[in-house]
Design a protein around this ligand. Structure first.
Ligand SMILES: [Zn+2]
Length: 367
C-alpha cells in the first residue's frame, strides 16, 4: 500500500507533525516527511477518537500502561476505510491486564519505600537503590518517552537527522550485534549515528545510544569509536541513565511511573536535559570503562582505542557539549583502562577496513 499524508501528534510533545503513513500487515507505520520511521502502531492498539470534527478519521493508540494520547488524523478516504476494516477501532478503554495491575502494586510499594528512604538517605542514594528494582519494561518505556525529547532538542522542528547510508548502517549494526551478544543486557540496543558535528555520544535509559557524526570523524580509527560505544553500552548495562532520570525527576517522576504517566512531560524533559548536560559519577564512569574494555576484548577491538580517545575528543564546534564535558580525561582513567586490558589479547579488529570506511561515510547519502 502506498503512503499517504496524515497529521500526527505524538502525545508527548505538543506539536503537530505532517507525516506519511502506510498500512502493513502488522500495523500502521508513521514516517516523518523526511522518510524517517517515527513509530508503528499495531492494529489491535488503535482506537477511533469519537467526535472528531475534521473530515476523515482520527485515531489514537492505547499503549498498555501509558496514558499518553497520541493522535493520528487521516483524511485519505481509502486508507481511512482500510484502517477501519483492519483495526478494532472500538472506543472501550482496555482494562489493565493482570500483569499491569501487579506492576502498579509493586510500584506503589516502591514509592512508599522510596518516600521513607528519602527521609533517611536523600534522593541521590535512593536513585541507586531504586534503579535495580525497576522492571526492564518500565525502563524501556521511559527511554521511549525520552527519545523524542532528545530528538527535538537536537534537531529542531524537523527532528534529529539520523544517518542512513546503507553500508555504514550495516557496519554499525554488525559491531553492535557483536557487542550485544557479550553484553547480556536487559533491554535491546538501539544505536544510531546522528548527523551532528559534536564530538559526542550518549546513552538514554532503555538502550538508546546516539553517536554524533563529529565523534566518528574525529576518531583516529575504529577502536576509538568502538571504545566509546562499548563504554556507552556499559552505561546501559548498569542502568546509569535510569538512575540519573530518577534522580533528576525526583518523586514526581516516581509517582508518574506508578500511574504510567510518562507523558507528564516536564519530568521527562528535565530528565532528558540532565542526561545531556551532566556527568555520571566517577564510579559510574569507571564501571562503564571496565565494561567497555571487556566488551572489546570479547567482541573485537583494542581497548587502547578507549584510552586513546581521551586524547582525541577535544574540539568540535565551539560551545558545543562534547564527550569530554561529561567524561573528563584523567590520567588515572586511562591508566585504569590499560591495566584492565593488560595481558589480555586483542581477538579481532573492531571493524574491517571496509566497514570502517563505510561507517565514516554513514552520513553521506545521495539524493
Ligand atoms: Zn560515560
Amino acid at each position: 500500500m502506498p503512503s499517504v499524508r496524515a497529521t500526527y501528534y505524538d502525545g508527548i510533545v505538543s506539536r503537530r507533525r505532517d507525516v506519511e503513513i502506510s498500512l502493513h500487515p502488522q500495523g500502521v507505520a508513521i514516517f516523518s516527511r523526511e522518510g524517517v520511521l517515527l513509530t508503528t502502531w499495531p492494529y489491535a492498539d488503535i482506537r477511533r477518537i469519537e467526535g472528531f470534527r475534521g473530515t476523515g478519521l482520527a485515531v489514537t493508540r492505547l499503549e498498555p500502561g501509558s496514558t499518553a494520547e497520541p493522535r493520528l488524523e487521516i483524511e485519505d478516504a481509502a486508507v481511512a476505510a482500510e484502517l477501519s476494516a483492519r483495526a478494532p477501532l472500538t472506543l472501550t478503554g482496555a482494562a489493565g491486564s493482570r500483569k499491569e495491575r501487579r506492576a502498579v502494586v509493586v510500584w506503589a510499594l516502591a514509592s512508599v519505600v522510596s518516600l521513607l528512604g528519602l527521609a533517611y538517605w536523600g534522593l541521590p542514594a535512593i536513585a541507586g537503590r531504586i534503579a535495580p528494582l525497576v522492571p526492564a519494561s518500565v525502563e524501556a518505556r521511559l527511554g521511549a518517552a525520552m527519545d523524542p525529547q532528545i530528538r527535538a532538542e537536537f534537531g529542531g522542528p524537523a527532528g534529529m537527522k539520523i544517518c542512513t547510508a546503507p553500508a555504514g548502517v550495516a557496519a554499525l549494526a554488525e559491531l553492535v550485534a557483536r557487542y550485544e551478544k557479550h553484553a547480556d543486557l536487559h533491554v535491546p540496543l538501539k544505536v544510531v549515528v546522528v548527523d551532528n558535528p559534536m564530538v559526542n555520544a550518549f546513552a538514554l535509559p532503555g538502550g538508546y545510544i546516539y553517536v554524533m557524526r563529529g565523534l566518528i570523524q574525529k576518531a583516529r580509527g575504529p577502536d576509538e569509536v568502538a571504545g566509546v560505544l562499548g563504554h556507552e553500552i556499559g552505561h546501559v548495562k548498569f542502568r546509569h541513565g535510569l538512575q540519573s532520570a530518577i534522580q533528576s525527576g525526583g518523586l514526581g517522576f516516581l509517582l508518574g511511573t506508578v500511574f504510567g504517566d510518562f507523558a507528564g512531560g516536564t519530568a521527562i524533559l528535565l530528565a532528558s536535559r540532565t542526561l545531556l548536560s551532566s556527568a555520571f559519577s566517577r564510579d559510574a564512569e569507571r564501571q562503564a570503562d571496565a565494561f567497555g574494555v571487556d566488551l572489546m576484548l570479547k567482541g573485537g577491538g583494542n581497548p587502547e582505542g578507549l584510552a586513546g580517545f581521551f586524547g582525541t575528543a577535544g574540539g568540535g564546534p565551539p560551545g558545543a557539549l562534547n564527550w569530554l564535558t561529561s567524561h573528563p580525561a584523567s590520567a588515572e582513567r586511562e591508566a585504569a583502562i590499560r591495566r584492565l586490558a593488560q595481558n589480555r589479547p586483542v581477538l579481532a579488529p573492531a571493524l574491517s577496513p571496509d566497514q570502517w570506511q563505510a561507517l565514516r561515510a554513514i552520513c553521506q547519502t545521495t539524493g
